[in-house]
Design a protein around this ligand. Structure first.
Ligand code: ADP
Ligand code: GLC
Length: 489
């Protein structure tokens, strides 16, 4: 008989198998933390074309399970990998998932994304049914997996198999809702009554994320501050009223950091290891980064600022590109890694050319470079317009690279702002170039004061964002909706 989980995660990305952003990082550690705490956990995710499963010995466990979407008789294969002792199920249907990218190409989103992720959820339902016993909790993430909750909601009415299954839905980014044409609703498998203001309809469109919000037993998001912000028109992306109606079931649980992956004392990508008690290696990491990116040697003794993230307005990349010329005038270096809007990719390339030796830009996605920048820069920039949690600032704190960030969402919840006594970084009140510039100036001034700077660096490195606390908060939430343990673990 197949392993029967009590808690089943459903998500479109999981590190190290697939990743476009922080969702993958969370999925690569939260379920595993619960597993290590003794809970029976599994994860369901798509088998993308470019996915690294080989190290985890995946094997085919179900062939041709009937999904019945988009027409009767359509099936999926299921592979299972052993991820550090926890089963990860990969749903395989080549036409949908065996593509170069997960969601989009440089031309835009795949035209059939709605169909792909309806298929994903329907296949996940079919897999859970095939396993033979339903989990107590199905915990789905973001719009790609959001339909799990309405499917289970309606199944509970008619099929006793699902009667003890409760649902949790986590919003990692409210701006990505998965909004599609009503035509795609009609054969998605939900009953007619799900179409409407109280269901998955949102201004005549089929809104998958809204389905997750409306039909889940509990809704979470990834920081306490963002949980409050999304109830307001400024951050609610149009769904603030829908969220307000569910506010008693909405909670913000702060993400953590995976210190097996993000710890400078044992990071396989770095030229030298270092820790809060021995910072010596950080300078070697800086030297390697400067050499690799052909930046001026002089910068070894001047502050270098780093940015890693999607080149989108969420991340404030426009604010940063605007002030780079002024930053560089102070004999300071800037290193950027990311990809996204073509406009910003082009702007960055122009800046690299204009300020050769002082500005380096890597357009693309490279895990190795992300680690090297965290370690090899001195100050980390995160001028986000909104930030549900943000993981890169948590990593930068651990890597002794104090962040300069906007006072929003998870940034507010993770950085103690200068000049507080125990400050770990710098926050500025609103996403404007002026406020950002001022905060950078404060950081540059403190950087000159070697002793105070070192104290801030060490405080940041010693701040503990490990997952255990947050994982316990999730367990408490699961218990509120009927999760009972056979034995307390
Ligand atoms: P978001 O999920 O909104 O992109 P987070 O800060 O939560 O932001 O997580 C981003 C994750 O993606 C981090 O692990 C970061 O290192 C990684 N990342 C972002 N852009 C790149 C890139 N261009 N190359 C490598 N890693 C990246
Ligand atoms: C999203 C958010 C980011 C968060 C991540 C993981 O991508 O933009 O703030 O850290 O999800 O929850």
């Amino acid at each position: 008989m197949e392993f029967v989980p009590d808690i089943c995660f459903v998500a479109s990305e999981i590190y190290p198998f697939s990743k476009t952003g922080g969702l993958a990082d969370v999925m690569g550690i939260l379920p595993l933390t619960l597993h290590k705490m003794g809970y029976k956990v599994s994860v369901i995710t798509p088998l993308y074309g470019r996915i690294s499963t080989s190290a985890y010995n995946p094997r085919l466990v179900y062939e041709d399970i009937n999904v019945g979407y988009p027409w009767p008789g359509v099936t999926a294969d299921v592979l299972r990998a052993d991820f550090k002792g926890m089963p990860v199920y990969f749903l395989d249907r080549g036409e949908y998932f065996d593509r170069r990218y997960h969601y989009c190409t440089y031309k835009g989103d795949y035209f059939d994304n709605c169909e792909r992720f309806i298929f994903f959820c329907r296949a996940a339902m079919a897999l859970i049914k095939a396993i033979g016993k339903a989990p107590r909790i199905v915990h789905s993430h973001d719009w790609h997996a959001a339909l799990m909750s309405p499917y289970i909601y309606y199944q509970r009415r008619t099929d006793t198999y699902w009667k003890n299954t409760s649902t949790v839905f986590t919003i990692h980014n409210l701006a990505f809702q998965g909004r599609f044409s009503v035509r795609l609703f009609w054969d998605c498998g939900l009953p007619y009554e799900a179409w409407g203001m109280e269901g998955v309809e949102f201004y005549d469109s089929f809104n998958l994320l809204k389905g997750g919000i409306t039909y889940s037993d509990k809704i979470t998001t990834v920081s306490p501050s963002y949980a409050e912000e999304i109830l307001t028109p400024e951050f609610g992306c149009g769904l603030e009223n829908v969220l307000q109606k569910r506010s008693k079931d909405l909670v913000g649980i702060l993400n953590g950091s995976d210190y097996e992956v993000w710890d400078p004392s044992r990071d396989r990508y770095l030229a030298a290891g270092y820790s809060s008690s021995d910072l010596y290696g950080k300078q070697a990491c800086k030297k390697e980064l400067l050499d690799q990116l052909c930046l001026s040697e002089k910068l070894l003794y001047r502050p270098v600022l780093g940015f890693i993230g999607r080149f989108r307005s969420q991340k404030g990349i426009d604010l940063l590109t605007e002030i780079i010329p002024d930053i560089v005038r102070q004999d300071v270096g800037v290193v950027l890694l990311g990809e996204g809007d073509a406009e910003y990719e082009a702007k960055l390339m122009n800046l690299v050319e204009a300020y050769h030796g002082h500005v380096a830009g890597i357009v693309g996605y490279t895990e190795e470079m992300a680690h090297k920048i965290q370690a090899g820069t001195d100050i980390f920039l995160m001028p986000s317009r909104y930030e549900p949690c943000g993981l890169t600032q948590m990593y930068s704190l651990r890597y002794g690279t104090p962040p300069v960030a906007t006072a929003v969402g998870g940034l507010k919840d993770t950085i103690v702002p200068y000049p507080a006594e125990h400050s770990t970084g710098f926050v500025f009140p609103e996403p404007t170039t002026k406020a950002f510039w001022n905060a950078i100036q404060n950081a540059l001034v403190l950087y000159q004061d070697t002793e105070s700077w070192k104290k801030m660096v060490v405080r940041g490195m010693q701040t503990d964002f490990s997952w255990t606390k947050s994982a316990r908060e999730y367990v408490e939430l699961y218990k509120q909706i009927g999760y009972v343990l056979d034995e307390e673990v």
